[in-house]
Design a protein around this ligand. Sequence first.
Ligand SMILES: Nc1ncnc2c1ncn2[C@@H]1O[C@H](COP(=O)(O)OP(=O)(O)OP(=O)(O)O)[C@@H](O)[C@H]1O
Ligand SMILES: [Mg+2]
Length: 202
Amino acid sequence: MTKIIYFGGSKGGTGKTTTSHLFCLGAILWNQPAAYVLTDPERKVRGEGRPYAVLDGRNPSNLANILSAAQNSLNGWLIIDGGGNRPALDQEISNFADLSVLTFRPSEEDLDTVATDLSRLSKAVAWPTAWPTNAFAQRAAQFYIDGLCEAFPNRVILNPIPFVNSVSELLGSSLNSPSQPVRSVSKKVFCIIEDFIKKQIN
Ligand SMILES: Nc1ncnc2c1ncn2[C@@H]1O[C@H](COP(=O)(O)OP(=O)(O)OP(=O)(O)O)[C@@H](O)[C@H]1O
Ligand SMILES: [Mg+2]
């Protein structure tokens, strides 16, 4: 069976694309099939050198074909990268995705937007990304997670994705041999989502 994970949300630059690629790489490193779907018409398809398929869903009819083909044949993970500020797409895809994830970085602006998106998309969950790794900054950033959890119980993934300097290599035109820090965080990203889905089912 194919699991469809959607990374969306109305703010740009929150980590949707990076986290989508991290997830796909992580799936492959755990020997599970995965494909990445680009939906943002402003972006280019960058599939070269990647161990997972990169599909072009920028055109709505292509996207519909990809979704129906994946449901029938992929038997793995289909990761849809939403691209910022398209509330109609967020609404539509989050209705049938197995999980819709709204990434947010530690800032007031991200927090405001993710809270609005959580209210709008009743099935979506929020995930802290590019999170500080030093103890002092982490304590300060925890304020954002705690506030969101209080307002939206059970709708925040509590293991933040750490800030990793070399993740930008994932967004390059080709990905030949990912660095050790990127491989390691990608494996974690995959496990966190897999566990979260298992807990939701149980
Ligand atoms: N875990 C991370 N560690 C360090 N930097 C990160 C991490 N996740 C994302 N970033 C950085 O944040 C910036 C925005 O990330 P990304 O392009 O993935 O966001 P996006 O939500 O897809 O943006 P857009 O809305 O423009 O499509 C990039 O420079 C990326 O390298
Ligand atoms: Mg993006």
